[in-house]
Write a protein that binds this ligand. Sequence first.
Ligand SMILES: *Cc1c(COP(=O)(O)O)cnc(C)c1O
Length: 355
Amino acid sequence: MNIPFVNLAKQFMALESELTEAFLEVGRSGNYIMGEKLEEFESAAAKFCDTSFAIGVADGSNALFLVLKAMGVGPGDEVITATNSFIASAWVIAATGAKPVLVDVGNDFNLHEENIAPAITARTRAIIPVHLTGRPAPMDEINALAQKHNFFVLEDAAQAIGAKYKGRRVGSLGLAAGFSLHPLKNLGVYGDGGLITTNDSSLNMALRKLRNHGLKNRDECEVWGFNSRLDAMQAAFASIKLKQLDEWNYRCREIASLYRNGIKDFVEVPLDQDWEECVYHNFVIRTEYRDELMQFLKDHGVDTRIHYPIPIHLQEAAKYLGYSKGAFPNAERYALSMISLPIYPELTDVEIEYI
Ligand SMILES: *Cc1c(COP(=O)(O)O)cnc(C)c1O
């Protein structure tokens, strides 16, 4: 058997006629930027995430970056995030001129109070908890710290659309959230795409200007902005896929539980707490025989990955921040023992059994 790590074409083919119809509809409308298709997706996404507003943007990194900019984060400020994440969680902070303050993660790959508290200073303006692998970060703890120390919470929900924390959707748990619609994410389009959710109406207004050159209408520019919009075509595709997202996420949870039951005696498997619904963007196991197991799986046609082999604080780009090896023992240990197994709704039970 040959099982790829992802199989995006399989899902595309299942949706081909609906996507083609949307392509023709948008193509024939002549409206490719902003407009009705974007608005339709934004209201469906806001409804899905239980928020008042959703704003389509160019990609997930821009979603995070634009919220930081809208909140006035810049030089002299510090923003806390996890060192075991995709690098975008950190570079968006640096891109504002602020200092990324990296911290270690717990056994569930998420930020916890004991990791965050020592990193808080008078300059802390925000925290970006990452719902890594689709598992919600402990938002009650994080929001309580934010309130106590007067900084805001921006969820990096790039891997977690649809996940729930104590019955509430991620995206509705902080001041704002950034989602990625990159093809590899749980709700992926056919190119780059991103989404911001918030319940704050003035932030919503500011973000709508910032993503569109700072324009408040066709001709009047209030602030320098950016060109960071979600295309009408991608928005139309995203609307089609959003309708099936809960079903796909449910299947990923099902696959996770099949994996768990099959291998929990041999490797460390991710566990669900009863207050959370993880959407398993990745299914990350840990073993001290990591390299051997990856090779073994490869020899038997099973493609795997590591998310992420180099913690952000040990990246060349982060050198100026002054972290050394050993600074974050959990993340460094996990980086040497993690394997991500294939997980996507199109996997069959036979394939999972084989893996
Ligand atoms: C994918 C991802 C991003 C960035 O999203 P893009 O759409 O690729 O810009 C940010 N944070 C995390 C945790 C991600 O996985």
